[in-house]
Design a protein around this ligand. Sequence first.
Ligand code: ATP
Ligand code: MG
Length: 240
Amino acid sequence: IKSVVRITTGSQTLDELLGGGIETLCITEAFGEFRSGKTQLAHTLCVSTQLPLHMHGGNGKVAYIDTEGTFRPERIVPIAERFGMDANAVLDNIIYARAYTYEHQYNLLLGLAAKMAEEPFRLLIVDSVIALFRVDFSGRGELAERQQKLAQMLSRLTKIAEEFNVAVYITNQVIADPGGGMFITDPKKPAGGHVLAHAATIRLMLRKGKGEQRVCKIFDAPNLPEGEAVFQITTGGLMD
Ligand code: ATP
Ligand code: MG
């Protein structure tokens, strides 16, 4: 039996909302409007995952699949310094790949699984998990096929999380609700439909607050406490 590891987000408030941090053995999804902090959380986790367990890290390496070209190695440097880590060593432990099609994204996962069998990884990031699907299956009548391929990808991610005791952090986009009255208070909802809703164990809804403040709420989890965490995006990554 593998025991779950919880990795700090850099914000104690957000960690508390999550019950200690983002968890291995499952998928954590973050969705929210542009600039809400999804990618900045990914960058912070790239570093905090490498912290020792007693510092709320995962003591492991990171795999980063980037579909939008928004990973910035230079952002890792001040975040590593904030945690008192050597930036070059931290960068060396991030395996990065840019994906250009959904098939490419899937094949990268197959290759990563082989690597994870050899080296201790504790985090896999896919930022964004759905962007390429929305491009590659943009035609009318392609939704069913898209959802089927998306389900395949997500089941691969779940398998990796469980087999290698890895935390999987994926980002998602929001789409305007086509109607039906379900989202009257917030006209946006996560993309990916029920396929993504079923795959993600924890769904984080991020939004902008005042200035550099961001607000996180756990979406659609009746068994978790309600509430919001307010955090800041800083040069050193997420903070209270
Ligand atoms: P998108 O949907 O466009 O991918 P996102 O949710 O991934 O958006 P991020 O890229 O994580 O958004 O957040 C961008 C925000 O992070 C910027 O608007 C800025 O406020 C903040 N930010 C980025 N870098 C820094 C930094 N070095 N110091 C402080 N804040 C920063
Ligand atoms: Mg982003």
